[in-house]
Design a protein around this ligand. Structure first.
Ligand code: 6R9
Length: 649
């Protein structure tokens, strides 16, 4: 790993909100007296009724996490209403279409009207505080209106990424018993339409078979494509929003009232409904957005994530809008119409802060420097990275070529579960090391433990835990608190276990080394090997499947599947294609297997456990170091697996 150090840039230090002394000071305070620290920073949002209690959290026993619990507030009020006096005419959202000739600017005044109207539509159709609303949308402003409208009336949104299949959407509708869906006729990405309404129709049929009946579907007309229509159930967004008043009083919400559910993959079973609540989440999202990106009033800020992921929730919508920022929302993809698109959008809208993912950086890096060099990028001040470890080569390219050494890179480590950024540099405070997420944010106490749970001090390599709560932390798995405790607080008793491996160097910098559980990170998207396996075995021809990740130049990790067919069947290329299509249909294109190896047998222990360690090594073409195979029930299967490996170098 690179150990190069880049000192804090003088230019970044000059204007910075937080310098290194302040960081050290605040960090110490935040650990020594979290009550006092968060009592102060909890006031950064407006409360209808101020909180008097700050922190009431326990990682032991039943695990109960409460922040600012007797405070009353509303998220949409904080993201919109409180800004109107000062910045009603300021742009809140810049929308840049997939088609470079399409864009739109929405002021805070306009955002207020749109969100109020939509909130009234929800109410008109019977959506009440606490009800779950599923949002399955392209990257258009209406996606943000939908999220904010839910928060205005206290409904709990569940945003489902537009790239997910009808089956995956149905599973998420059923799990939280959502009876109202907001979608669009189609989405547009890279010039290609995505049939969101048709997918929704299919998902609703599947959900009905599981006894969850969706009452209404509100449809935004994005492309004008013809879609199915169920009269009485389906409603046009443009008609409904005109039929209601442009004002809607924000609901009084307790700090610990549920705000949203976001499904994410774990190492076992179905995706979990990560539940975030109102007050602590918003305080943490807003505070990290301000300090991590050194956000100043008037900055143009662009996060390229999709609102279907947590990064879109916290750093396109809630954090920036709570801070009264101008947030750019991009409908398209980095390479359409050309690989200069990101840099052209930066120039077009004079973007100051740019936040993207290593997978995009690597893909654009592979297109060479010319597509970057022909753009100006003079407006850029801060660069950010999120979603997976950034390899030092990609970091250097981002820093040298994209940022021309003028912009610090904040490599931000966090998770759906954490609500906001936990380990990150601060632009004016932290010397950078390419590939390291560097130091903890205020109030965050990382700890490394070995596999037996022994605490590791100083420079060490281990499993990353967090020992105490921060306001943005998830509160439970929706409908399954036991699973919450088991997943996060049982591996190492009384600690939040992140599932990530991590190294701490002699300077106390953290280097995330990737997941240590059976979760893959493919192009920054989290996926459980178990999900891909169950998609594969649901195919008629498959009797057993085991899925592992392997290093992939562009995606970070690729998906390698070992498939055992039903007796008498032969593995052909046609069947491979069929299996790939099947997984795409079951989960979505992001889960497309990269390699499929037909395996007559899988390496198992005598108790029947698949030895994934061996499968990972073979997928990496590194079978010289298979380790101990003596516990295998049938060591001969390994020879066959090696002989037929799909990643031969
Ligand atoms: C925000 C988000 C979380 C997992 C996490 C880790 C990986 C995210 C990272 C990073 C190294 C970074 N991850 N950011 N690894 N450096 N800066 O991505 O949430 O989709 O839940 O994924 O992503 O493995 O555990 P989520």
């Amino acid at each position: 790993m690179s150990e190069k150090v880049y000192p804090v840039l003088a230019s970044a230090k000059k204007s910075a909100l937080i310098d290194d002394d302040t960081y050290q000071n605040w960090y110490k305070q935040s650990i020594k007296d979290p009550e006092k620290f968060w009592a102060k920073h909890g006031k950064r949002i407006d409360w209808f009724k101020p909180f008097t209690k700050v922190k009431n959290t326990s990682f032991q026993g039943k695990v109960a996490i409460k922040w600012f619990e007797d405070g009353v507030t509303n998220v949409s009020y904080n993201c919109i209403d409180r800004h109107l006096k000062k910045r009603g005419d300021q742009v809140a959202i810049i929308w840049e279409g997939d088609n470079p000739y399409l864009d739109k600017k929405i002021t805070y005044n306009e955002l207020y009207e749109q969100v109020c109207r939509l909130a009234n539509v929800l109410k008109k159709h019977g959506v009440k505080k606490g009800d779950r609303v599923t949002i399955y949308m392209p990257m258009i402003p209406e996606a943000s209106y939908a999220m904010l409208a839910c928060t205005r009336i206290g409904a709990v949104h569940s945003v489902v990424f537009g790239g997910f299949s009808p089956d995956a959407l149905a599973g998420r509708i059923v799990d939280c018993e959502s009876t109202f869906v907001i979608t669009a006729d189609e989405g547009m990405r890279g010039g290609k339409p995505i049939p969101l309404k048709d997918n929704t129709d299919k998902a609703i049929d599947i959900a009905a078979r599981h006894h969850v009946r969706v009452k209404n579907v509100l449809v935004v007309r994005r492309t004008g494509a013809k879609t199915g229509w169920a009269p009485g159930r389906d409603l046009w967004y443009h008609e409904e929003t005109q039929s209601v008043k442009p004002e809607c009083k924000p609901e009084r919400m307790k700090a610990e009232d549920p705000l949203f559910i976001l499904y994410t993959s774990g190492s076992t079973g179905k995706p979990k409904g990560v539940l975030h609540t109102t007050g602590g989440y918003l305080v943490y999202a807003a505070m990290t957005h301000q300090y991590v990106f050194d956000y100043h009033d008037g900055d143009i800020y662009w996060c390229t994530a999709d609102v279907g992921w947590v990064t879109g929730h916290s750093y396109i919508v809630y954090g920036p809008l709570a801070n009264g920022a101008t947030t750019l929302m991009f409908e398209g993809v980095p390479n359409y119409p050309s690989v200069s698109r990101f840099w052209e959008v930066i120039d077009k809208h004079k973007v100051n802060i740019f936040y993207t993912a290593p997978t995009a950086i690597r893909a654009l890096m592979s297109a060479g420097n010319d597509p970057v060099a022909k753009t100006s990028r003079k407006s850029l001040r801060i660069l950010g990275s999120v979603g997976e470890p950034i390899n030092p080569e990609a970091w250097e390219w981002y820093y040298q070529v994209v940022g021309e050494k003028r912009s610090p890179i904040v490599d931000t480590w966090w998770q759906t579960e954490t609500g906001g950024i936990l380990i990150t540099p601060l632009p004016g405070a932290t010397a950078l090391k390419p590939g390291s997420a560097t130091r903890p944010f205020f109030g965050v106490q990382p700890q490394l433990v070995d596999n037996e749970g022994n605490v590791l001090e100083g420079a060490a390599d281990g499993n990353l835990c967090i020992t105490d709560s921060w306001p943005g932390q998830m509160r439970t798995v929706y409908g399954d608190h036991k699973r919450f405790i088991e997943t996060y607080f049982s591996t190492y008793k009384g600690k939040y276990f992140t599932g990530d491996g991590c190294r701490r160097d002699k300077d106390g910098y953290y280097w995330i080394t990737g997941r240590v559980d059976d979760v893959l990170n493919v192009s920054g998207h989290r996926m459980g090997t178990a999900e891909v396996e169950s998609a594969l075995v649901s195919h008629d021809t498959v009797s057993e499947a085991a899925v592992v990740g392997y290093p992939h130049d562009l995606k970070g990790q690729g998906i390698y599947c070992y498939v055992t067919l039903m007796a008498g069947l032969e593995g052909t290329d046609a069947l491979r294609k069929d299996l790939v299509a099947h997984v795409r249909k079951e989960i979505g294109p992001i889960a497309s297997p990269d390699k499929i190896q037909f395996a007559p047998g899988l390496p198992k222990t005598r108790s029947g456990k698949i030895m994934r360690r061996i499968l990972r090594k073979i997928a990496e073409d590194d079978f010289g170091a298979l380790g101990d195979t003596s516990t295998l029930a049938d060591p001969a299967v390994v020879d066959d697996l090696i002989a037929n490996r799909q990643n031969k170098k």
